[in-house]
Design a protein around this ligand. Structure first.
Ligand code: SF4
Length: 194
């Protein structure tokens, strides 16, 4: 399945009751198929309004941290579920049932191309990656990294926030370096053709 068809399929998804309350599905931003996939929890109110994941202060923090690492591979940012989980007009954590219902959508995004690295952000994202997928993708070299969700950093007191942010950036940077993903892929291609 190509990206456009997958987007259409997810847009039409009614696999859990959340489709009844959302403005629109929030599928991804960045580039798909992706070499590196960042997975968060679920769309919030702003994301639901815009149809784009990680907007607002949390999205800005994530963008700042990603920019500081200077990722040279194509990456996409998505969530464990594609619809806003709501209760009494406020966003809430997705339930296990919602995560499970949306899992085929997330796995389809991951499987558009075997990613070089999957970065889960927060416990919900971590719980959404099935063990069998980790096992099968790891066999072909996909690396997995777990980081805290950017909203966790944003909730820290100002005095601690910078240290958490720096830790997040360093952990990602080191993991990318260990996986050989801090080098520009075009340079790698040139080396192999010389
Ligand atoms: S959260 Fe996922 S499974 Fe539920 S309706 Fe939205 S796209 Fe479908």
């Amino acid at each position: 399945m190509n990206t456009k068809k997958l987007e259409q399929k997810i847009q039409a998804c009614k696999a859990c009751p959340l489709h009844k309350v959302v403005c629109q599905k929030v599928i991804y931003r960045g580039t798909l198929p992706a070499d590196i996939i960042f997975i968060g929890e679920a769309p919030g109110i702003s994301e639901n309004a815009l149809g784009v994941p990680f907007v607002g202060p949390v999205g800005k923090l994530l963008d700042d941290m990603l920019a500081s690492v200077d990722i040279k591979y194509q990456f996409a940012i998505t969530n464990a579920i594609m619809c806003l989980p709501v209760q009494d007009s406020s966003s809430r954590e997705p339930t296990k049932q919602e995560i499970s219902a949306c899992n085929p959508n997330l796995i389809s995004i991951i499987n558009l191309k075997r990613p070089l690295m999957i970065v889960t952000m927060g416990k919900v994202a971590k719980s959404a990656i099935p063990k069998h997928l980790i096992t099968s993708l790891s066999k072909y070299g996909t690396k997995f990294l777990h980081l805290v969700h950017p909203s966790y950093i944003l909730r820290k007191k100002a005095a601690d926030r910078l240290a958490e942010k720096t830790r997040w950036e360093l952990t990602l940077s080191e993991a990318l370096e260990d996986a050989g993903l801090l080098i520009d892929p075009e340079e790698t291609d040139q080396e192999t053709t010389e």
